[in-house]
Design a protein around this ligand. Structure first.
Ligand code: SF4
Length: 210
C-alpha cells in the first residue's frame, strides 16, 4: 500500500487530470440511472447507452417499464449481455418501486440492495451519483487500477472498497470512483497498461516494481 504522502499525490494528479467527472451512462432520472446501472453489469456503458436511449424515450419511468410485458422488455434490451436475467430483474424492480416506494428509487443501501439485480456495487453507484451520498463503487476498473497503483492491496472488491474508504478522504469517494474508472479506460488498461505515458508512474506500485 502506498504511503500517505504518495496517496495524496496520486489523488491530486487524478483530480487534475479527470476533474469533476461523472458516469458515462446516460440518464435523466434516478430510475433511469438505476436501470442503466443494472444493465451495465458485464457490458460497456457505450453498449448500454445505445439500448437505453430508445428504451427511456418510450418507457421513461417505473410505471412504464412495469407495464411492459416481460418478453417485450427482453426484446428491447436483447443486444446487451445477459439480457434475459437483466430484463427479469429490471421488470421486478420497477414493480417493487411502484408497490413499495411510490415509483421512486429509495435512498438507503438497505432498501436498494433488496431490489432484484441490485448488489452493493450498483447501490453504491446510485447512492453516490443520484443522491450525493459518499460511496465508492468498486467495479473491474476501480479494482484493477487501485490495486495496481497501491491505493489498495486486496484480493476482493469488498476489501478494496473498505481500503479505499480508509485511504481516501470521504469527500473524494464519489469522484475517486470516477477518476479510477476513467484512468482504467484510457491509460491503465487491463491487458496493456500504458505505463510509459502514465502521469502516475512515479508513484505507482506496479510500475515501480517492474
Ligand atoms: S503506471 Fe502503469 S500500472 Fe501504474 S497506474 Fe499508470 S498505467 Fe497503471
Amino acid at each position: 500500500m502506498l504511503a500517505e504522502d504518495k496517496r495524496q499525490k496520486v489523488l491530486s494528479i487524478l483530480e487534475e487530470t479527470y476533474g469533476h467527472t461523472t458516469t458515462a451512462l446516460e440518464f435523466k432520472t434516478d430510475f433511469q440511472l438505476l436501470v442503466a446501472t443494472i444493465m451495465s453489469a458485464q457490458s460497456t456503458d457505450e453498449q448500454v447507452n445505445k439500448i437505453t436511449k430508445p428504451l427511456f424515450t418510450d418507457h421513461p419511468d417505473a410505471a412504464a417499464i412495469a407495464a411492459l410485458p416481460l418478453p417485450d422488455l427482453e426484446d428491447k434490451i436483447k443486444r446487451v449481455g445477459l439480457y434475459r436475467n437483466k430484463a427479469k430483474n429490471i421488470h421486478a424492480t420497477a414493480r417493487i418501486l411502484l408497490e413499495r416506494h411510490n415509483g421512486e428509487v429509495p435512498r438507503t443501501r438497505e432498501a436498494l440492495e433488496k431490489l432484484p439485480g441490485v448488489g452493493r456495487k450498483t447501490a453504491n453507484v446510485v447512492m453516490s451519483v443520484a443522491f450525493g451520498i459518499p460511496a465508492i463503487a468498486v467495479d473491474t476498473h476501480v479494482f484493477r487500477v487501485s490495486n495496481r497503483i497501491g491505493l489498495a492491496d486486496a484480493k476482493t472488491e469488498r476489501k478494496t472498497e473498505d481500503q479505499l474508504m480508509a485511504n481516501i478522504p470521504r469527500e473524494q469517494w464519489a469522484m475517486a470512483h470516477h477518476w479510477l474508472i476513467w484512468h482504467g479506460r484510457k491509460v491503465c488498461k487491463a491487458q496493456n497498461p500504458q505505463c510509459d505515458i502514465c502521469m502516475l508512474k512515479d508513484y505507482c506500485r506496479f510500475y515501480r516494481s517492474k
